[in-house]
Design a protein around this ligand. Structure first.
Ligand code: ADE
Ligand code: ZN
Length: 317
């Protein structure tokens, strides 16, 4: 569509996307057929657990370095076609089905994605996701792992899975390890849990917040967010598919932008939610009524809030 072409041409950073769920649908079908497994459900999930099950199936398809290498190349090629100049992808290396250790998985992923980035003209940075459901020792180990790769392509640690019962403050120690290594901290917060988790994330001193949208329920927190300049990496379709909001028309992105909160727009899990990052811009324009100039500002915010090097930011902005 003309709108898709227009938003694809906008230089942007994609800051909220989970690597495994950025797999192409054709590639997934090919691998499912090869492995004799059923294609997972897409776009309709009765609950968050069922969503995580589908996500787990994608992880299990990535059981060889060859497949992982092809995924990385396709994800970066697709990003280039979407006008993405800086891609920060989240990955859970300790869940890799292709390698015995998280260390080996990252040691494979980082040079492969850097090479794909050079080929397709996209700067890439890896976010090492910590699973909130995992034990404390495991979170610390993931942060230490990320720290060891701080000069080889890891830019930040994240925090993923179900917030309910696993508050962001529980990861304070892991975040401190990341920070000491010069890494960024970009947890999921204020998605499945409410504004208190966004407040708590701000108190921990995070660089950006993935989702963070439920801050909109607390006007004082919205003011505080706007004043902080902390960027929310917002994924409207994800929020609707996972039942955070009934429809895109109920989504708080327009209100957050009106209040001066910095927001980037992302697709979260493109394959599972049936949208890419450009679709999210189109939907924000057409279904959420956000003016084109404001979406262009989101694209600039995304680049500015990324961990991309200063010269890339200068050239892109
Ligand atoms: N992992 C992948 N997508 C996620 C989401 N939307 N929330 C929490 N963890 C996730
Ligand atoms: Zn996410």
């Amino acid at each position: 569509s003309p709108a898709y072409e227009r938003f694809a041409a906008l230089p942007k950073a994609h800051l909220h996307v989970h690597l495994e769920a950025a797999m192409r649908a054709e590639t997934m079908r090919e691998w499912c057929a090869e492995d004799g497994v059923e294609v997972p459900p897409l776009v309709e999930f009765p609950d968050f657990t069922r969503f995580l099950d589908a996500y787990g199936l994608l992880i299990s398809l990535l059981r060889t370095p060859e497949r992982l290498g092809r995924l990385l190349d396709e994800v970066v090629a697709d990003a280039a076609a979407q006008g993405v100049v800086a891609l920060e992808f989240a990955s859970i290396p300790d869940k890799s089905a292709a390698f015995d250790t998280a260390e080996d998985a990252l040691a494979f992923i980082l040079p492969a994605v850097a090479e794909a980035g050079r080929r397709h003209g996209v700067w890439t940075g890896a976010i090492v996701s910590i699973d909130r459901g995992a034990a404390r020792a495991h979170a610390l180990e993931a942060a230490r792992l990320a720290a060891r790769f701080a000069d080889r392509g890891v830019v930040a640690v994240g925090l993923v899975a179900d917030e309910r019962g696993n508050p962001v403050a529980g990861a304070a120690e892991a975040f401190a390890i990341a920070r000491d290594a010069g890494l960024g901290v970009v947890p999921h917060a204020g998605e499945l849990a409410g504004p208190e988790e966004v407040r708590s994330a701000l108190q921990l001193g995070v660089d950006r917040i993935q989702h963070g949208v439920r801050a909109a329920e607390d006007p004082r927190l919205v003011e505080q967010l706007a004043a902080s300049g902390v960027c929310l990496d917002v994924c409207p379709s994800s929020n609707v598919v996972l039942g955070v909001y009934p429809t895109l028309g109920d989504h708080p992105l327009p209100a957050l932008l009106d209040a001066g909160v910095r927001c980037s727009i992302g697709a979260d899990d493109p394959l599972l939610f049936g949208v890419d990052v450009v679709d999210e811009y189109v939907l924000a324009r057409e279904r959420m009524g956000i003016p084109e100039a404001r979406l262009a500002a989101c694209a600039r915010s995304s680049i500015d809030s990324s961990f991309a090097p200063a010269d890339l930011k200068r050239d892109a902005l």
